[in-house]
Design a protein around this ligand. Structure first.
Ligand code: PGA
Length: 251
């Protein structure tokens, strides 16, 4: 068994009003010491809830992260949020390069790498997302796409402490579809080898998450794949019963 402690990170995307703080509290309360020993757990709410969740009296071991940050520390960037502001609100991590940011906001590998470095400067862990589209999967270019994204989005300063990689096939996000287990194993094995070559020991110890339609019913199978060290969960992280069910499914 891998000695890397898994991370189950929930990405609430553009969901969550203050009423959802009760759902967060239910997750935190359900995170028994037994579940906490199986995996670290984190929720990445929209910016508007970070401060409230980070100082929630029931938060306990449930960490809080953000979903994006700007590359600059401060300045004339109307509507943007810096990594320093996120850290100031009590978050520990930030997702960068999610496919929805790459698609909806035209984010490139170069920008994603700069965001990861901005996250580190603020003392945050960067959760760097990569993954192929359906056309790329069909065209048989998945591994070369993944290689290019890793090479372009993961700065050389990445360590096992300051960085988590999330492999999320774009076609599996929010669709209920998941890759074959052998395909997940192939990509994760490839990422481990690539990061080991690029970053040495740190690449060997870095958490590699799988994301895309992870649910309580498929989590056990996906989390048993070699070199999968946890999950980035969208839809199923909105309900305490589903989110805790995923952690419970970890062996
Ligand atoms: P999903 O989203 O679990 O709803 O497929 C995953 C993600 O986008 O991180």
């Amino acid at each position: 068994m891998s000695s890397i402690k898994p991370l189950i990170a929930g990405n609430w995307k553009m969901n969550g009003l203050r009423a959802e703080m009760d759902e967060f509290a239910a997750m935190a309360q359900g995170l028994s010491s037994e579940l906490s020993s199986k995996a670290d757990a984190m929720i990445c709410p929209p910016f508007t809830l970070i401060a409230a969740l980070a100082k929630h009296p029931d938060r306990g071991a449930l960490a809080v992260g953000a979903q994006d940050c700007h590359v600059a520390n401060s300045g004339a960037h109307t509507g943007d949020i810096s990594a320093a502001m996120i850290a100031d609100c009590g978050a520990e991590a930030v997702i960068v390069g999610h496919s929805e940011r790459r698609q909806d906001h035209g984010e490139t590998n170069v920008l994603v790498a700069a965001k990861a470095e901005a996250a580190w400067s603020a003392g945050l862990t960067a959760i760097i997302c990569i993954g192929e589209t359906e056309a790329e999967r069909r065209g048989g270019t998945t591994l070369s796409v993944v290689e290019k994204q890793l090479a372009g989005s993961v700065p050389l300063g990445a360590t096992a402490q300051n960085t988590v990689i999330a492999y999320e096939p774009v076609w599996a996000i929010g669709t209920g579809l998941t890759p074959e287990i052998d395909d997940v194993a192939e990509v994760h094995g490839f990422m481990r080898a690539f990061l080991g070559n690029r970053l040495g020991d740190d690449g060997g110890k870095m958490r590699l998450l799988y994301g895309g339609s992870v649910k309580p019913a498929n989590a056990a199978k996906l989390m048993l794949v070699p070199e999968v060290n946890g999950a980035l969960v969208g839809g199923a992280s909105l309900k305490a019963s589903d989110f805790l069910g995923i952690i419970r499914a970890m062996s």
